[in-house]
Design a protein around this ligand. Structure first.
Ligand code: 5AD
Ligand code: SF4
Length: 449
């Protein structure tokens, strides 16, 4: 069968789709050029906000109308359970995030409709996959979440926190490197909690010649020792995990990119406490300061929710001022959306939609200016950029990312064609809020670190 997977949501979903694709290919199916060309179309859904879920459900609805064999996978399936078939009576199958390993069997058996919510983790569905010629890979290190923030549905849909054994992760990274991967992104909902809650976690899994005692820095040490891995990223983080040992790992392993996605959600202590975030504004800012004292160009990005129940103008202004103090390099702003079954869904969603919209716009405008200011500081410096390919907007330019995950675009003159996956040095000539422009630095061709 020719199949196509359409993905919504976060990097975990992108990785899950890659895994589902690899499992279908291993079962003898073929990747279609696009959905029009496919006999089987699967939509991988997100449910973190109501709108995200609606998008995915709407998309499957359209596909069903086109009379294809259709499946829905991912977070919205787990949330909806049986209800998925009342919303989409003609859907063929639905699988939750912990059941994607069953997809090939479901397709082979052909008994529809079929719902698999799944609780067991299937090792074959956890492994990383890259396409031929790919140089970047997502590697799952931790699944699920036990944090229970008041607004968040993730623990309900992705289950309890589980850390994969370090030995499995390192073997996987070795095999990725042998296939030409030079950048790995270690994934977990709260990745710095790696190894904390897992009965299967065994310290012998990741021996630490460097003497690291915390599980995540220890894992970084093990991954950094894999030859061929030139960049290591990870996401998402929590300020409690910004320990001295983590900083030591940043310092000792140049492969570890100096970028942290550190969702703050709010700048008001009252709201943070209601959300159950387990840090204060002061503690959060201290974590950011620690990173920037170590390296002033350390990139810190964040997620913010506006319009949480009871969020006053003063709370909102606290968020604004926190964002200014933290000097975020980038920020994703979300309008609060009550999710059934979460603690905050019991509270009245009392901030009017128009006010949520206003707060969203204010923060985005602030961030636009701040992004410009932060990027301007980099004009005149040389950044080490991993080449990703020709720029989407202008094919005569090339595009890549620096260690801070900033997009860097440069003119590809003098017939020099960089190799995708290489690291080049670009001297920055122009700054924009979300992008840096430059030219290849003549100082050194920079394929070394
Ligand atoms: N409403 C709005 N935004 C939410 N997020 C998580 N849950 C909700 C919700 N109920 C945001 C958080 C999180 C990001 C992935 O989505 O900011 O970090
Ligand atoms: Fe990712 Fe959360 Fe959306 Fe699931 S619900 S895809 S974990 S953002």
């Amino acid at each position: 069968m020719k199949f196509h997977i359409h993905t919504y949501g976060c990097q975990m979903n992108v990785r899950d789709s890659e895994a589902a694709e690899a499992l279908l290919v291993a079962a003898g199916h073929e990747k279609a050029a696009g959905e029009d060309d496919a006999d089987l179309v699967i939509v991988n859904s997100c449910t973190v906000r109501q709108k995200a879920e609606e998008k995915a459900v709407g998309k499957v609805g359209n596909l069903i109308a086109a009379k294809k064999l259709t499946g829905l996978m991912g977070c919205a399936v787990k949330r909806l359970g049986e209800d998925v078939f009342s919303k989409l009576p003609k859907l063929d199958f639905a699988v939750g995030p912990r059941a994607i390993g069953l997809i090939p069997r479901i397709v082979a058996e052909g008994r529809f409709p079929r719902l698999e919510l799944g609780e067991d983790l299937m090792p074959e569905a956890l492994a990383a996959h890259v396409e031929e010629g790919g140089f970047q890979a997502f590697v799952t290190v931790l699944v699920g979440c036990d944090n229970r923030c008041s607004y968040c549905i993730v623990p309900d849909v992705r289950g309890h926190e589980y850390s994969r054994p370090a030995r499995e992760i390192v073997a996987e990274v070795r095999s990725l490197a042998a296939h030409g991967v030079s950048e790995v992104c270690l994934l977990g909902q709260s990745v710095l909690r790696y190894g904390m809650r897992n009965p299967a976690w065994d310290e012998r899994d990741a021996p630490s010649p460097g003497g690291y005692t915390e599980a995540f820095p220890r894992l970084l040490e093990a991954v950094a020792s894999v030859p061929g891995i030139r960049r290591i990223r990870f996401t998402s983080a929590h300020p409690k995990g910004c320990t001295d040992e983590l900083l030591r790992a940043y310092c000792e392993f140049p492969q570890v990119c100096r970028h942290l996605h550190l969702p703050v959600q709010s700048g008001s202590d009252r709201v943070l406490s209601e959300m159950g975030r387990r840090y204060t504004r002061g503690e959060y800012l201290a974590a950011v300061r620690k990173l920037r004292d170590f390296d002033p160009e350390f990139a810190v990005t964040t997620d913010v929710i506006v319009g949480y129940p009871g969020e006053t103008d003063a709370d909102f202004e606290d968020t604004r001022s926190l964002m200014e103090e933290a000097g975020f390099d980038n920020a994703f702003v979300f309008k609060y959306s009550p999710r059934p079954g979460t603690r905050s869904a019991l509270l009245e969603d009392d901030v009017p939609t128009a006010e949520k919209e206003r707060r969203d716009q204010v923060l985005l405008a602030d961030q636009e200016r701040r992004g410009q200011e932060r990027n301007e500081r980099l004009v005149g410096t040389v950044r080490e950029v991993l080449v990703e390919g020709p720029s989407k907007r202008n094919k005569s330019r090339w595009s890549g990312r620096d260690g801070g995950n900033r997009i860097v675009v440069w003119d590809c003159d003098e017939g020099s064609s960089p190799k995708i996956g290489d690291i080049v040095r670009v001297s920055i000539t122009e700054a924009h809020p979300q992008i840096l422009l430059g030219k290849i630095s003549p100082l050194r061709n920079g394929t070394d670190f």
